[in-house]
Design a protein around this ligand. Structure first.
Ligand code: SAM
Ligand code: SF4
Length: 330
């Protein structure tokens, strides 16, 4: 065990998001341009051995929660092999995956066998035409099949469904999503649209504030607040009649930076201390140049010490990061 990983504001880091690829088989409007983005060379992407080494070091410093993401993590070949390596690390307590769900049905068996504990599936519409409009892929059926496949594995709980809330789009379906959370063992969470889109078109007027989503749902199915999720990001509510649970992640209208205990590793090995960081710290070069664990630890501690106090999305002069969500790892 090493000393805990602490930032300059006294926050102990406990959670890392690892992007395993910048590639994706969807083209969600709020994330990627229709034509995609220039993909990284394969040699630029960390190998599973390299990721395992970084995670082992972080876990020894108290980073016990690991989430695999991307791009679309399930397009990376044999992701279960990475899951098996990471789940074998005793200090990794929670190993989860964020996916668009398209390839989940065919991979879930192997992922669970390899030790995956939880899954978050992104799903922005329950209607085929609207799903297509948002993702630019006609794949609602495959995603729902992926969710059903996850449901058949009781080891994978809770199952979370994440919907990005967009003004003049999501309102029409918030009650349908609430009813999904009541009908199924899924915790549905609404995420506010952030300025991390590949097209660089974000502006405040496209954000559907979660307070409005709550109001629309509450008018049909009254809600009661339960509190904050363990990670601090989601405000959780149950339905007043006790059937189902729903969450709201509101980085734009109700930032939760004060409690942020998270760092990120991009697929090309850059450590990021905030989604909105404009600086990154390269771990790939030292990894490939033979740095010792002590050297890597020093680089990581130094980067984390400078973790941003908060993001500045709501302030004049806000500068979005150079990379968009799929390149960072959401
Ligand atoms: N491809 C996987 C997926 O879609 O779940 C994992 C990567 S994706 C970048 C991770 C999460 O980021 C998804 O839930 C997605 O909806 C969300 N996301 C992408 N762009 C976003 C944006 N501009 N604002 C808010 N959330 C966004
Ligand atoms: Fe791909 Fe996920 Fe971005 Fe959609 S949100 S384009 S599925 S990376």
């Amino acid at each position: 065990m090493l000393e805990p990983l602490i930032d300059g504001h006294g926050r102990a880091i406990g959670d890392v998001r690892i992007s395993v690829t910048d590639r994706c088989n969807f083209r969600c409007q709020y994330c990627m341009p229709a034509e995609g983005l220039p993909w990284l060379e394969r040699s630029a992407v960390l190998t599973y051995e390299e990721i395992e080494r970084v995670v082992a070091l972080l876990a020894a410093m108290g980073v016990h929660d690991v989430r695999l993401t991307g791009g679309e993590p399930l397009v990376r070949r044999e992701l279960w092999r990475l899951v098996a390596r990471l789940s074998a690390l005793p200090e990794v307590h929670d190993l989860s995956l964020t996916t668009n769900g398209y390839l989940l049905e065919r991979q879930v068996e192997q992922l669970v066998a390899a030790g995956l504990k939880r899954v978050n599936v992104s799903l922005d519409s329950l209607a085929q035409d609207r799903f297509f409009a948002m993702t630019r892929r006609d794949s609602l059926g495959a995603v729902l099949a992926g969710l059903e496949a996850a449901e058949r594995h009781p080891e994978l709980r809770p199952i979370k469904v994440n919907a990005v809330a967009l003004k003049n789009f999501t309102e029409a379906e918030v009650v349908a999503f609430a009813e999904l959370a009541r009908r199924k063992p899924y915790e549905v969470r609404f995420i506010e649209f952030m300025p991390l889109d590949g097209d660089r078109n974000w502006d405040q007027s496209q954000v559907l504030p979660n307070a409005e989503v709550r109001r629309l749902i509450g008018a049909v199915h009254p809600l009661e607040e339960i509190g904050r999720a363990r990670s601090g990001t989601a405000r959780r509510y149950r339905f007043a009649d006790g059937q189902g649970e729903i969450g709201f992640i509101s980085p734009v209208t109700e930032p939760f930076c004060g409690d942020c205990n998270r760092i990120r590793l991009t697929s090309d090995g850059k450590l990021r201390t905030c989604l909105f960081s404009v600086n990154e710290t390269d771990l790939r070069a030292p990894l490939r140049e033979g740095a010792s664990d002590a050297e890597l630890e020093r680089i990581v501690r130094d980067a984390v010490w400078h973790k941003e106090l908060k993001h500045h999305v709501n302030e004049p002069g806000f500068v979005p990061p150079a990379r968009s969500m799929s390149q960072i790892g959401g």
